[in-house]
Design a protein around this ligand. Sequence first.
Ligand SMILES: *Cc1c(COP(=O)(O)O)cnc(C)c1O
Length: 393
Amino acid sequence: MDRRDNYSPETLAVRAGQERSQFGEHSEALYLTSSFVFSSAAQAAARFSGEEEGNVYSRFTNPTVSVFQERLAALEGTEACIATGSGMSAILSLIMALCSSGDHVVASTGLFGATQQLLGTIMPRFGVTTSFVAQTDVGAWQAAIRPETRLLFLETPSNPLTEIADIAALADVAHVRGALLVVDNCFCTPILQRPLDLGADLVVHSATKFLDGQGRVLGGAVAGRRQLTDEVFKFLRTAGPALSPFNAWVLLKGLETLKIRLDAQSAKALELASWLEAHPKVARVYYPGLASHPQFELARRQQKSGGAIVSFVVNGGRAEAWKIVDSCRLLSITANLGDTRTTLTHPASTTHGRITPEQRSAAGIGENLLRIAVGLEAVEDLENDLDAGLSLI
Ligand SMILES: *Cc1c(COP(=O)(O)O)cnc(C)c1O
């Protein structure tokens, strides 16, 4: 299909990027092959040099992976996308492609734990340092920028407190100083938020979460203008953090239902968040779709809905929070999110368990905080499951 036709997201999600083979298959073909053959020595040479377009070797070219890349680029409203084997390898590839020793990054303190580790402890060994600033404080981002700052890196809404970063404002802050703004769009996906339309330069994804949506495979991606993604491609081609064609095929099936899932999961999350907010055993709810969220207006401008992640604080401490987790019979106790099955996490002892108690309290992650990634079950069943635990505290 032709991108110039200006199709809606739900149309792009099922059709963008597909090219049929000589067999005319209706569903996307899975090309489970490591390499490709050439018709002559001259063609092999032309393919390797890039003179002739076409597939060479699945570390960097595979038709099934290409369909996924095209489709995600179309959904993000941009030129190009490079797929990788996981969300973390997308982030690593982006940093390795765009930063050199001596460069500096400004990043949010609310980033995904592994991204914080990568920027805070691994990259400094290679001369790339990071200053961490508060997600919501535009002035702090501005003040942290240095002449050698190459990237501003954020994720919005943040995990688990759903703090919203002002993408348009931070894009301006970055561009005035010659830096690039990178947004991890994992929580919203292009269905709810298109950071590139708001001025960001690159989007990264953990496709493992909502893009797959059914908890099956790992995958990642970097999307943006070709001039930037070409640099990521050069790193991928040499270093090899490639997406498997099988996983790309599974992710294509996931993208087909992305819009209906995100719309349904967000609606259920709003209903559940409102119920939690009215519950006498719940002290506070963090959800960008509630009027009580400190950045409700910004979220409304920037996102199509509040998304599917809800966090809440229960009366009491760790014992009370764990009581709720342990009495659940329906919600899955796991740190994963973006699944059709609702998941429940106690961040202080799992996803944020490796940081110090001081860092945790600075980040606002108390022992009495729980995070829910809302799936597709009936809200009433989720409420009954949570109420069983809440009534015990
Ligand atoms: C899970 C996650 C990642 C890492 O993705 P993997 O696919 O697990 O490597 C990065 N960013 C965010 C926001 C995530 O939730």
